[in-house]
Design a protein. Structure first.
Ligand SMILES: Cc1cc2nc3c(=O)[nH]c(=O)nc-3n(C[C@H](O)[C@H](O)[C@H](O)COP(=O)(O)OP(=O)(O)OC[C@H]3O[C@@H](n4cnc5c(N)ncnc54)[C@H](O)[C@@H]3O)c2cc1C
Length: 388
């Protein structure tokens, strides 16, 4: 398989933008109308997701080691859409037809063989993982809402109990869907695993958002929602780590970082943790009571609240990192950052400029439409020890 040829042909096709997923889905639904019901009624967001997913997978086809783990997660995860083994060839056919259409004369026999082989590899890993996952987890969990607290106009903290234990690691995210909305979104449990299996979710309603609005405005105690298996390791702590931590949170980005604080407490690992929590106005701090309780219980935890917009760059929520950098030199620590995409990229850029290494920065932005793979650089330091 010629990875360079695959990447190059993909970039040619991707240049056609929205036409590509349009053609792909038309081909797929025409040939296999039964798969239409697996996709949301409104396909607008879905189109972007597919193109990003395919592009990402294909452009990393030469990094098989990293790709396999991701594809296994993806295959197991896709069970929540009721995807079965027989659906994969249908998608493969539509993909090849799409490539053939947009590449025109550049579509050669060699290229067809490469794409067929690459797709065969990708789909087989996903199918095998989905089968293996059957023995471990259900495709999704039905969960009952035990608590629904509106902490502000557009933000709710939900406590939910899945019907079976849903194992996850602090810092991961889980799929969430409402039976009335045929769409899944990721939310990050705001707790370390609990004995009673309950999960806490912090949800801010995005304007016009299908799932978040339903969870904030259209749910009550006693309702049922659906949860799917956890994904991601960008914000997880390495087992038995001991490095001190700097946590930078804005908005509901506090949720996975709260889970990390609880994990550090449960592991009794003697890490020092400095937490900076940001919001645009004092009224947006929706979890102060909990934060205060944590700070009062754990002498190793120090909390700083940061309020306000960036004065020089209106719209940037940069002050969390600015304040942390003004307060001290944290270069011996691992830094975990979570919030909007803007807050995360601003923070990473500021820390990088200040001499922090990529390997000590762990971050997740909530604005992404598709959850893609990232690979740990095996040469980067992990949080099992100090950075320098
Ligand atoms: C790994 C991961 C973890 C996440 N964890 C959380 C969490 O713990 N709590 C939480 O509240 N959210 C979290 N999110 C965001 C969440 O998954 C949804 O994207 C968000 O709730 C909007 O979904 P929706 O269906 O309501 O909106 P959609 O129907 O998908 O979008 C509706 C409109 O809102 C816009 N929009 C989408 N997402 C956002 C956003 N984040 N901010 C502002 N506008 C947006 C879209 O561009 C669109 O115009 C996470 C996202 C990721 C990728």
């Amino acid at each position: 398989m010629d990875a360079a040829r695959l990447k190059q042909s993909w970039s040619q096709v991707a240049a056609y933008g929205d036409q590509v997923p349009l053609y792909f889905y038309s081909t797929l639904f025409l040939a296999y109308p039964e798969v239409r019901q697996m996709f949301p009624a409104n396909m607008a967001g879905q189109r972007d997701r597919l193109v990003s997913a395919l592009g990402h997978i294909v452009s990393h086809v030469d990094q098989v080691d990293g790709l396999v783990g991701f594809l296994q997660d993806l295959g197991a995860d896709h069970r929540k859409f009721a995807v079965r083994a027989e659906h994969y060839p249908a998608v493969g056919e539509a993909l090849l037809a799409t490539l053939r259409h947009f590449l025109g004369e550049a579509w050669t026999e060699e290229l067809e063989q490469d794409w067929t082989a690459a797709y065969g590899l990708v789909s087989q890993v996903m199918i095998d993982a989905a089968q293996a996952a059957e023995a471990v987890n259900p495709p999704w969990w039905v969960a009952e809402i035990l608590g629904h607290e509106r902490r502000s106009f557009d933000l709710a903290v939900l406590t939910v109990r899945p019907q079976y234990l849903l194992p996850f690691t602090p810092g991961q995210s889980i799929g969430v869907s409402h039976p009335a909305v045929r769409a899944w979104r990721y939310y990050s449990p705001a707790n370390a695993p609990r004995g009673d299996g309950t999960l806490e979710l912090h949800v801010r309603a995005a304007p016009g958002g299908a799932v978040s609005s339903r969870l904030v405005y259209g749910c009550a105690v006693g309702d049922q929602i659906h949860l799917a298996a956890p994904v991601g390791d960008r914000l997880t702590l390495r087992p038995a780590g001991s490095a001190d931590l700097l946590l930078l949170a804005s908005g509901t980005g506090w949720a996975p970082l709260k889970a990390l604080v609880e994990q550090v407490a449960a592991e009794n690992s003697r890490r020092r943790v400095d937490l900076y929590v940001g919001a645009r106005s004092p009224g947006e701090f929706y979890d102060n009571d909990t934060i205060e309780k944590l700070a009062a219980s754990y002498p190793w935890l120090a909390v700083t609240y940061v309020v306000g917009l960036h004065l020089q760059q209106p719209g940037e929520f940069g002050q969390v990192v600015d304040r942390a950098l003004a307060d001290g030199d944290w270069r011996s620590r691992h830094v975990y950052i979570c919030g909007s995409d803007e807050m995360v990229s601003y923070s990473v850029a500021a820390l990088t400029r200040a001499g922090y290494q990529a390997g000590q920065l762990h971050h997740e932005g909530f604005g992404k439409h598709w959850y893609g793979p990232t690979w740990r650089d095996s040469t980067a330091p992990d949080d099992s020890g100090g950075v320098r």
